[in-house]
Design a protein around this ligand. Sequence first.
Ligand code: G16
Length: 547
Amino acid sequence: MASLPLDAIVHLSDLHPKPEGKTFGYGTAGFRTTGNILGSVLFRVGLLASLRSKKFDGKTIGVMVTASHNPEGDNGVKLVDPRGEMLETSWETYATSLANAATTSKLVDELRHIVAVAKIDLSKPSRVLYARDTRPSGAALVQCLEDGLRAMGAQRRNEGVTTTPILHYLVRCVNTKGTRDEYGDDNEEGYYDKLSNAFKKLMAKPPPPLIMDCANGVGAIAAQKLNEHIGSILQLKLYNIATTTSGVLNNGCGADYVKTTQRLPPSLHGVLKPGERGCSLDGDADRLMYFYLDEENNFGMLDGDKIAALVSSFIVDLVKNAGLDKQIEVGVVQTAYANGSSTRYLEKRVPVRCVPTGVKHLHHAAEHFSIGVYFEANGHGTVLFSPSTLDLLRTHEPSTPAQETAIKQLLALSELINQTVGDALSDMLLVEVVLAHRAFTAVEWDSLYTDLPNRLVKVVVPSRQKFITTDAERRLVEPKEVQARIDALVRKYDGGRAFVRPSGTEDVVRIYAEATLRPQVDELASRLSGVVYDFEGDQSKRPKEYL
Ligand code: G16
């Protein structure tokens, strides 16, 4: 029986001590906090990724070092399972217990526990593929990760600086190589080829150029490369591409800025002209937000809900045109953040499910449909084709040329859309395909339904862990008095809907409010901020905008 390489683990672990008094949690998308205190976590994630690979008989596990939409000073890390999906939830507990072991000897105890409980055969090989985004703390954190991998004797494959969705893509490619589920060539070039070949099959003529805000993140590098592959059809005009300038990542730009402020990034003022459309990526290019200026220079935002509406209705029509609507069920998955109008629009057309925040929850719910469309309102999402749906599309004999065309288009979409995780670049190509096929302008797309006025705000509290939710995060179980006050407030506003939940990526509580009229929603959000702050915050520092 092989055993844990304790000498190496102990020696290297002592080089990466856990910061005293800090508790780490595997949140919505892995560990996330200030970049300079994450060294021990990265080392331990290296150990865990190796064990996870052994559990899968040496299949490659992915590790992405990123804090995505968070400020530049933050960083984070998440594990990716062999099919390119987020780490199975049951292993998040192992990740958290390893990250919080106070000493090297407690760390060894935790490792032994995991090996026993998860029944890991230590004689199996381990293989780990990893990458990072452009954050300044990334390179040092990768070295900590590598120490963890070295300690366990894992085979390492460093993909350098790349986007989160490309890392997910690569993991799936490596693990499916030479099988009937082969996903693509396991290198970046393979990714761009796969997307651009599918895009070229689906686009008849070039649309006007697209303005893209790259959030000064790694998406700028990837979008430049994508441009080289698709430039003859769709020209991307890239902005906010300063990946080496200090302090600019996600700062006043990017998908999160657009969604939370419902404004055009200041850097695009005068760049985006009336009648034009643009889009924003986030710091690791897994979220996408579209926007436009109408002829009167009014800003319009097209978020994840609008993308879900556009894409799902297009796919429903293609399935009908293919004559397969009896066999293929298209469904949509959303979260509580979905605008009430989008849910009403979708429910008239397709089955809709609501799940807690986090791609990991949406992804699994979407797998229950033949074609599952999932998007969070923040622009994070994708479309999953089930294996049996792909088999059906590949083998079905069409009765008419129109059916044959629809089937070919569905198959091309399955190649265009990243099947592993939300991917801003792949989603952008998907949106462009649908706009071209529908001959829609951004204004026409926006008119599918009218958003209810809404506000998304965050409140900094000393301990967000005190906020516990139920019902897909739409209600608080604790603190009960806060939920009672939310209920009482919401009743006072026409069309009012609101909820409060702790963020799993930032040290804040998030508040979402919706109402029929804009001034009312602003007031409701402000009152709710006050309710949350009153429960926990320091009254001497209470912001005056909290009513
Ligand atoms: C991550 C997750 C998303 C989630 C977002 C915010 O996005 O992947 O699914 O919606 O965090 O989560 P929370 O409200 O819990 O902070 P990203 O783009 O930051 O990786």
